[in-house]
Design a protein around this ligand. Structure first.
Ligand SMILES: [Zn+2]
Ligand SMILES: [Zn+2]
Ligand SMILES: [Zn+2]
Length: 137
């Protein structure tokens, strides 16, 4: 189960600040949100927080692996708080809608490289591309 945001920050050796708590709260409620959306949702709660402060929080939380940054090619970066389960994403080529896809294997890397060139491979980046039901209709 998800631990409390304060405990998450402390476990990652990050100072507990209102902007960090606000970003974690936004991402607990919203999946795959882009930076602009995070900023506007955070500022609805904390109107004095600057854009730069939100960028800094997103960067710090991503580095601490409390949140995950995904960036399908050609799309804006999105953030989510579902971490650590190696799930993948299906992206609509037409409107950019994103949905979670559980990893069929459950751990990284879930694809075996036909030739690993001696590398210790620890992750395969999997993105499914297609057309969402709304765009297909
Ligand atoms: Zn679509
Ligand atoms: Zn996701
Ligand atoms: Zn997988």
């Amino acid at each position: 189960m998800r631990s409390e945001p304060e405990a998450q920050l402390r476990a990652a050796s990050l100072r507990v600040t209102r902007p960090r708590l606000a970003v974690l709260a936004v991402l607990a409620e919203h999946k795959h949100v882009d930076t602009e959306t995070v900023i506007s949702l955070v500022r609805a709660e904390l109107p004095t927080v600057s854009h730069q402060a939100v960028y800094d929080v997103l960067h710090a939380l991503t580095s601490a692996r409390l949140i995950r940054r995904i960036q399908p090619s050609g799309a804006n970066a999105r953030y989510e708080s579902r971490i650590g389960d190696n799930h993948h994403h299906v992206v609509c080529r037409s409107c950019g809608a994103i949905a979670d896809v559980d990893c069929a294997v459950g751990h990284a890397p879930c694809l075996t490289a036909s030739n690993d060139h001696g590398f210790e491979v620890d992750e395969a980046e999997v993105v499914y591309w297609g057309t969402c039901p709304d765009c297909a209709a």
